[in-house]
Design a protein around this ligand. Sequence first.
Ligand code: NAD
Length: 356
Amino acid sequence: MNDFDYDALAGRVIFGSGRRREVASEVRRLGATRVLLIADPFDAARLKEFRELLGELCVATYTDVVQHVPRAKATLAVSLAREHGVDATVSVGGGSATGFSKAVALELATPQLCVPTTYAGSELTPIWGISEDGEKRTGRDLRALPAAVIYDPELTLGLPVEVAGPSAMNALAHAAEGLYAKGTNPVTAVIALEAIRVLARHVPLMCDAPDDLEQRSHVLYGAYLAGATLAVAGTDLHHRTNHVLGGLFNLDHGKMNSVVLPYALAVTRPAIPEAYARLSDVLGGDAATSVYALARRINAPASLAEIGMPADGVERAVPLVVAACENDVRPLSEVQVRAFLQAAYEGAAPEESLGA
Ligand code: NAD
């Protein structure tokens, strides 16, 4: 057996339907009394509900939540928090809302309570991301790690299938990389395998029956496990590529992840024979092919072209992806990265385009 290091991360998780109603008591548990509510404005009624649940604990609200946390907007959120002397943030929304909460925590060291409404998993990690000048910078800082998370599957019921499916594929990508990214360890790998099992089984069922709270609950649980693996194992080629593409072309995070994963697995495969075999085993067939089939089963977009990457995007991204993956489990040459990105751009089955 190989040696390993495992830095377990602290954090309280509250999981269950309706448990968003415990938000005020969870804030008090953090010892906080002046909260900045950071809310994705997708649902005005939900925003009102959280304001009421928090009552006098809520001293300010920030709702200009957009993807990839642009620096200028993050600065506005920090100023708002400073102006109101907040001592905690509560974020309600997907990875974008969580990202703004982290941006505030990095500046003000405010504890964070996150209430996720997608399957992004950011709420479990100390990883932050801020975009500026067409580039997304990410880093790891324990100040960015949320103190507590409330998972309430009822909040995900309104997430349209075309957002929910790709967002869940992003969770699957976290768990897949959780098996082989450089920070992994045997305990995290066990959690990753369970996440993959739960997601592969329940994501299609959830997409078939989006109003089924039971299926939504399973997928949210799988996403939670996947986020926990991302927090410890970190990322590899797949997510590094997505950060490059997100920064360059502002592509939708979930959809982009859903498209890229089969190709990232196929091209990483020679460096991860054991992890690839375990992944294939839990998916019930070749990993890259199975993930590609799962994405087609839920009607997720099939290619980077389809989600708006420009035709010259591959060439623009090649040098950045080569540089980004130089410390990954399989560093790639320019030729290999070009083939990988071109395959994802076109969207053919990975066994046809990359010989998976
Ligand atoms: P998102 O937060 O941007 O949400 C996607 C869309 O869904 C938005 O339009 C939003 O308004 C809407 N939405 C959210 N919840 C909804 C609900 N319940 N019902 C209806 N609509 C809803 O996207 P995301 O995929 O959750 O997160 C993506 C961002 O998170 C990216 O910036 C990514 O880099 C980041 N991320 C960070 C980490 C990390 O560890 N730092 C991990 C994963 C993702």
